[in-house]
Design a protein around this ligand. Sequence first.
Ligand code: SF4
Length: 429
Amino acid sequence: MPVSLPILLPRLPAQRYSCHGCGNCCRDFTVQLRPEDLDKLEAQEWQRRLGEPVTVTFRERTYLRQRSDGACIFLQEGGRCRIHAEYGLEAKPLACQMFPFSLAPAERGVAVGLNFACQSVLENKGAALSSHVPDIARLAALVPEAAPTGRPPLLTPRLRASDAEAAALVAVLDGWMARAEVPIDVRLEGLAWLAQSLWSARLDRVREERFVELLSTLAMALPDELEHLPTEPPASRHWRLLRQAVHARTEDLRLAEVVRRARWRIVLEQLRTSRRFARGRGTVPSIGDAGPNGATFAAVAQAGAAADGADAEAVADLLTRYVRATILGGRFFGGGYYGWPLAHGVAAIALNASATSWLSRLYAVGAGRGRIELADVQAALGRIDRHSGRAAWLGSAGERWRLTYLVRTDGLRRMARHVPFCVGFAGWR
Ligand code: SF4
């Protein structure tokens, strides 16, 4: 008998969502299957009816099979799902029913995150999030790993946070990102600075009230503190790590190729592409279904931020919703993000923001423009957030090493300052 769990929605009344059936999440999106999903698919007898397998296994994980264009094998004309059409919503794999929501165990319930790969979430279209609680509660009861742990998350790799410490950290990060009077790029630089400060602090010496005091001191120092920090641009190694971070976040497992080609060839190709991103010379390799149309790394480095005006305001609104939903939805630590400690997960959000900014420039250049627009940021964020918390390689030791280097060399903050989303923030005070 499934148990009903308290559902903790992010407190973001400005964020809305309803599925508008665009079918984006059924294209070029890997759907990993749980044992219960495999049982359902077998009972529906698809393999016998279609005359071909409907799943594919790669690196010990099983996924829904895709067509050669990356679309799900069950996607029909008009964007409808064949399983849904024939058997109803609850017959679909759990990941398909859940999207764009994600669940993470919280101490007293299930934290609900939102994936910005969904077009309706990006465009903020639809009903209030609270209208989805009954559906989310039904799904949460089917996911044992979403059940409350009863234990607070890790603060650092060796320290467990108390309830008060975890709550204070989330409140401070969210409070800073909610300050709409501060330009979005200043808020993102402040977030990177907070991440670096927390990662480097000896938190074992400042526990409970002193930790809360430290947080409030850091929060009060913003944004003035940023004025006194070094202004030099990121070093060439920082840029290289940023490009590699973009590659890691946009790398798609092409399941049709897994079926067709030898696996070692796929791995070799992934390595070659990763090296091209690291070198940063010549033409940028294509990214999933949205190739950059001959854009060069040099042109991307020259591309500008969004001009002042309605577009820049919409970009700021989108990024604010994204970061706040990620913080409040528990998608940056613990069960919501590869088991990472709170102090490290904040750095991951800051890196995702810079990766989104770089990728927005790539889309702008690919479309023949010299500066980014809202559509570029939407496309880039949709791409960057797609794998977040799901793709195993983003939680790997290599990814942690990349962040450690960026944090220890002030790279995270310098990237936030020097790869801005909007023009005109530099002279803001
Ligand atoms: S991407 Fe979002 S709006 Fe589009 S079909 Fe998927 S859930 Fe619906």
